[in-house]
Ligand binder design. Structure first.
Ligand code: MV4
Length: 458
């Protein structure tokens, strides 16, 4: 059941499209870009061996347009499709159509995507694998049922949409009197947002850290982990900084959480690249979700393991074995990633426009994954990430110093960016000491200080 991949169509844009093209080039695989009319001059369009226009700027008509993307694959003779992240990357129907056309989907099976896309089933799968989950429920039948269960679990609780994930469709309930009404609202919102009103409850953890584990499985039953990533620096469920390893895990806790992630992947016969997300509460951790795609923050894992995760993902799709990976990884130093976005550093409002001047940092231990250039027009149609600035150093204090140095070298003119926020963050004592949780940015950010950081660079 080994397949050869000769030509990959990349169903994505931006930095991740470039990332996949680079992986393919080193594997001597030909590449086909797809692009919307606004991306005619984008780097992914130019870097690929071939490029096919799939529609106008708005993503529903281009990067989410399944018939056009499948037609582009047929037309170009691609034998595989890489979905990147976002867009169609977790759409089981897309994976299924691609495979039915005789094209290899570079990712897990449609069944794995459906299982992990259904957060209630995912929770059950983790529990069956012997992995800790928070006290909670399966599918709630109605508001009265929710009230009974919340009484059993104890307040506060969090009401989650089974079709949600990544923080979408969640409501915290602290007041028992509010639960029934919150249930009705949440159900209606989930129905309209996801086409499914299924809800469940979990005990709410007040100050958790977000720690996720990179896993890879092959089609022969082998699964290994590639350590964890700490992603607690986020706002409105948008991660801004990620690092590996997590500063607060000792060797014992690291081994437990990484083994738990492997147990989840093994229990479902997972055979691709994946991420198992946990909430860390002191020295306890609980399964949250599993992501079945390559993630934005995969680079920090690459830096501290030396493994090219995108190449692995492509190889695994051909039926390759994992045997060339190490059985247990130990972190090689420390890596941190900053997402540089075209957005106001305080309000987070998007700031599209044309980049009039651009300079990215370089030097020892610095990696920049980006698709933008001087003169590039940031379109309001797509997400606002301009670049990922990744540093690698022997330990966390030196990685922080290196990131400060690299942030100081960044120049992006003509549009607003969140660089001032990053420059502010890397001076904060709580961040530097590793003493923070998922609420850090929202509770600590000082608009005045961030604005001053912007002025200091103007
Ligand atoms: C939680 C939680 C507290 N308790 N579940 C948000 C994203 C999704 N993966 C799960 N999320 C949360 N689930 C319980 N039972 C707090 C969050 C949460 C969060 C998690 C990770 C990173 C940032 C977060 C920000 C707010 C809330």
């Amino acid at each position: 059941m080994s397949k050869t991949i000769r030509k990959v169509l990349i169903a994505n844009r931006g930095e991740i499209a470039l990332r996949v093209i680079r992986a393919c080039r080193e594997l001597e695989i030909r590449t086909v870009a797809v692009y919307s009319t606004v991306d005619e001059h984008a780097l992914h369009t130019r870097f690929a061996d071939e490029a096919v226009c799939i529609g106008p700027g708005p993503s529903p008509q281009s990067y989410l347009n399944i018939p056009n993307i499948v037609a582009a694959a047929e037309l170009s003779g691609a034998d595989a499709i890489h979905p990147g992240y976002g867009f169609l990357s977790e759409r089981a129907d897309f994976a299924e159509i691609v495979e039915r056309c005789g094209v290899t989907f570079i990712g897990p099976s449609a069944a794995h995507m459906r299982l992990m896309g259904d957060k209630i089933r995912a929770r059950t799968a983790a529990q069956r694998a012997g992995v800790p989950i928070l006290p909670g429920t399966g599918l709630l039948t109605n508001a009265a049922h929710a009230v009974v269960e919340a009484d059993r679990i104890g307040l506060p609780v969090i009401l989650k949409a089974s079709a949600g994930g990544g923080g979408r469709g969640m409501k915290i309930v602290r007041d028992p009197a509010a639960l029934a009404r919150t249930f009705e609202t949440a159900q209606a919102e989930a129905r309209s947002a996801f086409g499914c009103g299924d809800l469940y409850l979990e005990r709410y953890v007040e100050s958790p850290r977000h720690v996720e584990v990179q896993v890879v499985g092959d089609r022969h039953g082998a699964v290994v982990h590639l350590l964890e990533r700490e992603c607690s620096i986020q706002r409105r469920h948008q991660k801004l900084v990620e690092e590996s390893p997590c500063a607060v895990l000792d060797d014992h806790l690291r081994a437990s959480i990484c083994e738990a992630a492997v147990s989840v992947a093994k229990a479902i016969d997972y055979h691709s690249l994946g991420t198992v997300e946990f909430l860390l509460d002191g020295d306890r951790f609980y399964f949250m979700e599993m992501n079945t795609r390559v993630q934005v923050e995969h680079c920090v894992t690459e830096m501290i393991t030396g493994v090219d995760l995108v190449q692995e993902q492509i190889r695994l799709a051909t039926g390759a074995h994992l045997e060339h990976l190490e059985r247990v990884y130990r972190p090689r130093g420390h890596a941190i990633e900053c997402r540089i976005n075209a957005e106001d550093p305080v309000t987070f409002a998007p700031r599209p426009g044309t980049i009039s001047a651009l300079h990215f940092p370089g030097g020892f231990g610095v990696r920049v994954d980006s698709h933008v250039y001087q003169g590039y027009k940031v379109s309001p149609h797509y997400d606002s990430m301009l670049a990922k600035l990744i540093v690698h150093a022997p330990d966390r204090p030196r990685a922080i110093m290196r990131m400060r140095r690299a942030l100081g070298e960044c120049v992006v003119e003509g549009i607003g960016t969140n660089l001032p926020l990053h420059r502010w963050l890397f001076k904060q004592g709580a961040f530097v000491s590793g003493n923070y949780d998922t609420h850090f940015l929202e509770t600590t950010m000082d608009p005045e200080a961030v604005r001053q950081e912007a002025d200091a660079f103007a």
